[in-house]
Design a protein around this ligand. Structure first.
Ligand SMILES: [Ca+2]
Ligand SMILES: [Ca+2]
Length: 294
């Protein structure tokens, strides 16, 4: 079990991960442990991303459930700007401060919110972790922030002073050091799943933008390559996994809406216009892998 804790910098004493209670003397930490200090204290720190300098005592943390960082990078076609090779942030004035996946077809009930929309935010995405031996089984979902550079980050990330957070989203129900598939869902793009299971927390970011081969393939490419970046296909306005006339009908119902947060606004410029229809038309009849259909 100790091998799991590669990020611990133990300078004295030892780590005995079994109980979740501090049993040694007082010890000091450099970061992340929120309230651990003396004998008998319950271990309440986050297990992910630790960099602890243990100077005295013994920690016996309970690692049966731990936080794991899921590090993913992804880009969506509708917002992609070929001039910058990043995504636009035109929607920042219209993005909701609460995660938008609480409606059909997602019905995700998470309470993720963000006090202030960061200037580098493109949209919300919904991450799913799935079992390595049965990728139809969803283990956990978390709604997260998609930054213009593709980094997917937690809502509590540090955006102050122009900071651009590294990719990383905290999951609470993963077996630390185990393998899972990762799925990225967008409101109006075709969802993707990783080509292979990944060990979380992952040290190297799983970068969907590297190539279309980063997405799980079901006989056809699941992403579009533009300017060397693999992008999620635009046009699945109702998020059901297919780009088809159902989506076109939603576009038609919303055409000419503007200054708002509309799923039919496929290119994320807060107008529902023929630009969006054209994006839909380019991808009409495409669909994602069956495991991700609603
Ligand atoms: Ca659809
Ligand atoms: Ca638009």
């Amino acid at each position: 079990m100790c091998l799991l804790f590669a990020n611990y910098k133990v300078t004295q004493a030892q780590v005995e991960p079994s109980q979740g209670v501090v049993v040694g003397a007082t010890f000091s930490t450099t970061t992340n442990l929120k309230s651990v200090s003396t004998v008998g204290d319950t271990f309440t720190g986050r297990i992910s991303n630790l960099n602890i300098g243990l100077t005295q005592g013994i920690i016996q943390p309970d690692f049966t459930t731990t936080d794991s960082q899921v590090k993913v990078k992804v880009m969506i076609e509708g917002a992609f700007d070929t001039a910058t090779n990043e995504m636009t942030t035109s929607l920042t004035s219209f993005l909701p401060t609460t995660q938008p996946f609480n409606t059909a077809p997602f019905y995700y009930t998470g309470s993720e919110t963000i006090a202030n929309i960061p200037s580098i935010m493109t949209d919300w995405v919904l991450l799913e972790v799935r079992e390595a031996n049965n990728n139809s089984v969803v283990v956990e979902q978390v709604a997260a922030i998609l930054l213009k550079n593709g980094n997917v980050v937690d809502t509590n990330s540090d955006f102050t002073n122009g900071n651009i957070p590294n990719a990383g989203v905290t999951f609470s129900n993963l077996a630390f050091g185990s393998d899972y598939y990762i799925v990225v869902r967008s409101r109006n793009h075709l969802a993707v799943m990783s080509a292979i299971p990944i060990t979380f927390p992952n040290t190297a970011v799983y970068d969907f933008t590297d190539n279309v081969s980063q997405a799980y393939n079901f006989g056809s490419n699941q992403m579009k390559l533009i300017n060397g970046k693999a992008l999620l296909f635009a046009g699945d306005i109702n998020g059901d996994g297919f780009v088809n006339t159902t989506d076109k009908n939603i576009y038609t119902q919303n055409a000419a809406n503007f200054f708002g947060y509309f799923n039919a606004d496929i290119n994320l410029d807060f107008f529902v216009t023929t630009d969006d229809l054209n994006l839909y038309s380019n991808n009409a009849s495409l669909f994602t892998i069956p495991q991700l259909w609603y």
